[in-house]
Design a protein around this ligand. Structure first.
Ligand code: 13P
Length: 254
């Protein structure tokens, strides 16, 4: 059965020194027996400090982007092989901030996803609707289309290394959270789409996270929903006590 996974997305926050201090504070709060998976997706330059800091906690380290070419003249980009060699296990792909500010499309999200999986990384694939789509009542169509386009060419075997993060764009960093019912329904649409592509078992085993202003106060009720298998946490992942409380809520579900 699928795993509950709580992942922090630090975005462009924290220096290596901040990272060291962060793990000193959070390690005792998240160590010990955990039933849920815990991942910290940190800026590239923080990766060594995060790997060192997370040792012994059971938490895994992820990056926030990866290029789809193996190497070459792509100034400023990082390849999957580089991440793997640094000890990175996860990578976020297709975050709405990348789609919005850096020209990421479903096509490039798909290319990055396939390259990351081929290199042995686990992918946290982000998708979700904009506010106007939610208001027009076309959320289901949008997330279903994104799921199909972003996973094109991904094999059933590779899908075992994919987590989908449903992040309604209007809920990211806004303090607005999808209601548990909205999160459950839309994660359910994503799961049904995956079932149509890969079959019922693959869909049942897929971890689907909710992301968008999840915090220590609302995590338990969101995670209580059947189709919500964890969270991708932005702002609250920068606060050790808040993030540890979300992990504790997830452990009750897992
Ligand atoms: P917030 O939790 O800050 O809303 O960010 C969510 C997010 O974008 C995680 O990837």
């Amino acid at each position: 059965m699928r795993k509950t996974v709580i992942a922090g997305n630090w975005k462009m926050n924290m220096t290596p020194a901040d990272t060291k201090a962060f793990f000193e504070e959070i390690s005792p709060l998240i160590s010990g027996r955990k039933s849920c998976g815990v991942v910290f997706c940190v800026p590239f330059v923080d990766i060594p400090a995060a790997i060192k800091g997370a040792k012994g906690t059971g938490a895994k380290i992820g990056a926030q982007n990866v290029h789809f070419k193996e190497n070459g003249a792509y100034t400023g980009e990082i390849s999957a092989k580089m991440l793997v060699e640094c000890g990175v296990e996860y990578v976020i792909i297709g975050h709405s901030e990348r789609r919005q500010y850096f020209g990421e499309t479903d096509e490039t999200v798909n290319l990055r996803t396939r390259a990351a999986l081929a290199a042995g990384l686990k992918v946290i694939l982000c998708l979700g609707e904009q506010l106007d789509a939610r208001q027009k009542g076309i959320t289901n169509e949008i997330v279903s289309m994104q799921t199909k386009l972003d996973l094109e060419g991904v094999t059933e075997e590779e899908l075992k290394n994919v987590i989908i993060a449903y992040e309604p764009v209007w809920a990211i960093g806004t303090g607005l959270t999808a209601t548990p019912e909205q999160a459950d329904e839309t994660c359910g649409v994503i799961r049904a789409t995956v079932a149509s592509l890969y079959g019922k078992k693959a869909a049942r085993d897929l971890t689907i996270q909710y992301g968008g202003s999840m915090n220590e106060k609302n995590a338990a009720e969101l995670l209580a929903k059947e189709n919500v298998d964890g969270g991708l946490i932005g702002g609250a992942s920068l606060k050790p006590a808040a993030f540890a409380a979300i992990v504790a809520a997830a452990n009750k579900k897992a």
